[in-house]
Design a protein around this ligand. Sequence first.
Ligand SMILES: O=C[C@H](O)COP(=O)(O)O
Length: 346
Amino acid sequence: MITNTVPLEQGREADVDKTAIDNPAHTANHGWPRNPGMELDLGWVMDQRVNLSAGERRVATLPGRRTVKKDAQAAWLLKALTCIDLTTLNGDDTAGRVKRLCAKAANPVRPDILEALGMGNRRITTGAVCVYHRFVSTAVEALDGTGIPVAAVSTGFPAGLSPHATKLKEIEASVADGAKEIDIVITREHVLTGNWEALYKEMQEYRAACGEAHVKAILATGDLKTLRNVARASLVCMMAGADFIKTSTGKEGVNATLLVTLIMIRMIREYEERTGFKVGYKPAGGISTAKDVLNYQFLMKDELGREWLEPDLFRIGASSLLADIERQLEHHVTGAYSSFARHPIG
Ligand SMILES: O=C[C@H](O)COP(=O)(O)O
């Protein structure tokens, strides 16, 4: 049974407890005004410098310094689960697979496990389901009545090299099919050539094409060569009105890392300090274990605060993380681990 407040190892009260769990994206939303963007401030962009060794030290010490156990860990993992953009982005995706994924998103944890956690009466879902445009209408239909939003990857995902007009049409088509969130990929060349004006303009046009749908800007950080580029691109996308900044498509050689996360969320913090607007963060690609996700949560909490543990400001793009979280929760209540074969989706 998860108690209401569980002491952390370091003597503090638990940052996440069961009173804060049943808060999926579609009900948590959106205490904050949407980031409207601002004029491109090139001085601010060019001022960005990254202290690599300080950043590396910060993230290297994180796993040892910060930990939660037992009930508190179960509460953090349930919270993480509500932030997952449950994703399938494969060449062999089918409507059948997308429907199964949607069923899992609506009921991500086995009822007997939830019951044993004392959470049987809570409606827990993932934050969203994330698919290619082709499957948006399938997912919208499968999720009808659940309130779970569908996110579409767009703008020539993953390379982002389709003609610009085609990219805008792709966004509009996904919105017309019912996507409430659009995960766009930026043109990496704009970053690699320092063409910040072009990146800003592109991002503004993507945001406009999204209309009411929220836009997540995928930086593809593994392609950007330097952390300074990551910091600058984060800032430019926020200036152009991104609702979220996201690390990766999951298809780059290097996807989400804690170091890149530190750089991006510090830019989110700086942006909020200067403009008053909160921008969300989505690490994606390669986050597959409960242990991994706890480190991301700790970093978010430490750098940005408790508000950024909620699905309206934090999403985790992942295709297999849910299975490990469910296994850990099962272990928590039964003392035994089940095999991954028992958790084929998510
Ligand atoms: O945005 C989500 C990623 O494509 C998922 O990556 P993953 O399959 O490594 O979890």
